[in-house]
Every structure is written in structure tokens, then in C-alpha cells.
Design a protein around this ligand. Structure first.
Ligand code: NDP
Ligand code: A1CAB
Length: 268
């Protein structure tokens, strides 16, 4: 069976995409190959999913229809000209944070088309969100490959490339902010006298329930917040502390820092 899609990098995100593609039966395991760096992530992914691990994936690229770039942005420069040449006429999908289409197209000068994407880790369970920007308008065939790949991870949105650094700051990195908030809720619950296990369970269910309500409701986050906040009650007391600590300003500065770092990664 020919290899139809090849992964350059076999870490957390490649693993999420491979598992999604297999679960949705877009490819058979034998039609997917991966390679990696010096650590054994590639063999581990192959062992766990049945896909092929190829130490040298270059020869296999000639037979693929698509190549997914899933190494770290700082490892992009190490991708060899031979590998890029073998990807001549292929669709390239990049998940590299920061690396712009212009840089991708310098290396993969003879690609059929290139799509810069920004997924996130909830894609591991099909609950992710991805934004993508193609170099050129996608043909029907390539649109199908992109849709199959991104829908395996969850929802997806086409955007202008200029928005992708901000997308990275919001939804690419965003799960980490939520996990940090979950840990902060657990710690604060313990400080208030709760058992750690109970505080953890309450924090998780609160985040999950609030996110589901937000997704299902037609109300804004502000309206839903107000519905929790009784005048003179407990929530108002807590929100006053958030406001005094400039919670929104803090989030704004955090996203600005992530966006700035994404722009810096463009050249690394
Ligand atoms: N983690 C996240 O939340 C998100 C990450 N991204 C982007 O996804 C990409 C991958 O991230 P993530 O999966 O977290 O990273 P990982 O560190 O888990 O995976 C990186 C992979 O790249 C491999 N690799 C290293 N050097 C090379 C090389 N020269 N050739 C081929 N493969 C190589 C590594 O191999 P080995 O370790 O075996 O040496 C590893 O399999 C990054 O570009 C990141 O910006 C995008 C959205 C979200
Ligand atoms: O932290 C990072 O650089 C990557 C990109 C988005 C999430 N993780």
C-alpha cells in the first residue's frame, strides 16, 4: 500500500493528528508514515498506532499526496533540501508556530500548495480548534485533504495569514491558560480549606460545565457571568478582586506576549 501522508515530526501534535485521521478512517495505518529527530517519538507513535516509522522518510515522500510538518519551529531550518525536493508537487501542511508561508515556500519551492495551520491540544480528543491559511486557493482535492485532517481534530476556520500569530496566542496556546487556571482554582480551593482531590474535581467540573454552557447558550460570556453574580453576593466579592488585579489587562498582556513570540519565531 503506498504511503499517502507523511509526518515530519512525531510528537504530541503529530500524534493527535495521526490518531484523529485513523479514528475517522481517512487513511489506513499503512498509508501513514512518520519520521522524527534523535529521540524515539517516531518509533513510539508507530508502535502505538500501526503507522510506519521511517528513519529516512525522503524516498517515501515521492509517493505521498501530502506532507505534514510537525517538528518544532526551531527544527525547521534543519529540514534538508533533499527532503524538500522529494516533496515536489505535494501538498504541505505546516503546524509550526510562527513559521510564515513565505519561509515555508522558500524551502518547499516546488510544493503543489502550502497550508499554514494552528491547531491546539484538545485536538487529541477531537475537541480542538484550528485556524488555517493557504498559500494559494485550494483545489477541490487539496481542500478535501485539509478538511479531513483538520476536522479530525475538531472545529476549523480559514483565516488570513496575518491573523495566525494572534490565533496562536489565543487558541494555540490557550489550553495552557485554562490548565493554569484549573491549577490555580485547585490551589485556592485548598487554601480555603478543601481537600485537594475534591478541589481538583470541583475545578474540572466547573470549567467543563461553564464551557459547555457557554458553547450551548446564546448569551455572551458577560451575560452568563452576570447570571452567576447576585448583587452583594459571593461572586461579586470575588470578581471585585479580579478587577482590582486587572485580570483583563493581565490576559491582554499575556496574549500580546504570545503573539510577539510567534512573530519572533518566524525567523528562528
Ligand atoms: N503543543 C502544542 O500545544 C502545539 C504545538 N504546535 C506546533 O506543533 C509543532 C510540534 O509541537 P509538539 O508536537 O508539541 O512538539 P514535540 O516536541 O512533541 O514534537 C516534535 C517532533 O519533532 C521531531 N523532530 C525533531 N527534530 C526533527 C527533525 N530534524 N526532523 C524531523 N522531526 C524532527 C521530534 O522528534 P524527537 O523528539 O523524537 O527527536 C518530535 O517527534 C511545533 O511546531 C509547535 O509550534 C501547534 C499548536 C499547538
Ligand atoms: O508554545 C508553543 O510555542 C506552541 C504553539 C502553540 C502552543 N504551543
Amino acid at each position: 500500500m503506498p504511503i499517502r501522508i507523511a509526518f515530519i515530526g512525531a510528537g504530541r501534535m503529530a500524534s493527535a493528528i495521526v490518531r484523529g485521521l485513523l479514528e475517522k478512517e481517512h487513511y489506513a495505518p499503512e498509508e501513514i508514515a512518520c519520521t522524527c529527530g534523535d529521540d524515539p517519538t517516531g518509533p513510539a507513535l508507530a508502535e502505538a498506532t500501526g503507522i510506519q516509522f521511517l528513519k529516512d522518510i525522503t524516498p517515501a515522500l515521492y509517493e505521498t499526496e501530502a506532507v505534514v510538518l510537525a517538528c518544532k519551529p526551531q527544527q525547521f531550518a534543519a529540514i534538508s533540501p533533499e527532503l524538500a525536493e522529494a516533496a515536489r508537487g505535494k501538498l504541505i501542511l505546516s503546524i509550526l508556530a510562527g513559521t510564515p508561508l513565505v519561509r515555508l515556500s522558500e524551502k518547499f519551492a516546488h510544493a503543489r500548495n502550502i497550508v499554514r495551520t494552528m491547531p491546539n491540544t484538545p485536538g487529541q480528543i477531537g475537541a480542538g480548534v484550528t485556524a488555517f491559511a493557504p498559500l494559494r486557493e485550494l483545489s477541490d482535492k487539496d481542500n478535501g485533504i485539509v478538511e479531513n485532517t483538520l476536522s479530525s481534530l475538531g472545529n476549523f476556520h480559514e483565516v488570513d495569514e496575518v491573523d495566525l500569530d494572534a490565533v496562536t496566542a489565543l487558541s494555540g496556546s490557550g489550553p495552557a491558560y485554562v490548565f493554569e487556571f484549573a491549577a490555580a482554582l485547585r490551589e485556592a480551593g485548598v487554601s480555603c480549606g478543601l481537600d485537594e482531590g475534591l478541589a481538583d474535581a470541583l475545578a474540572i467540573d466547573t470549567l467543563l460545565g461553564a464551557a459547555m454552557l457557554l458553547a450551548e447558550s446564546e448569551e455572551t460570556p458577560e451575560a452568563l457571568r452576570n447570571a452567576v453574580t447576585s448583587p452583594g453576593g459571593t461572586t461579586a466579592a470575588a470578581l471585585k478582586v479580579f478587577q482590582e488585579g486587572d485580570f483583563r489587562g493581565l490576559v491582554e498582556r499575556a496574549l500580546a506576549a504570545a503573539k510577539a513570540r510567534s512573530l519572533e519565531l518566524a525567523a528562528e
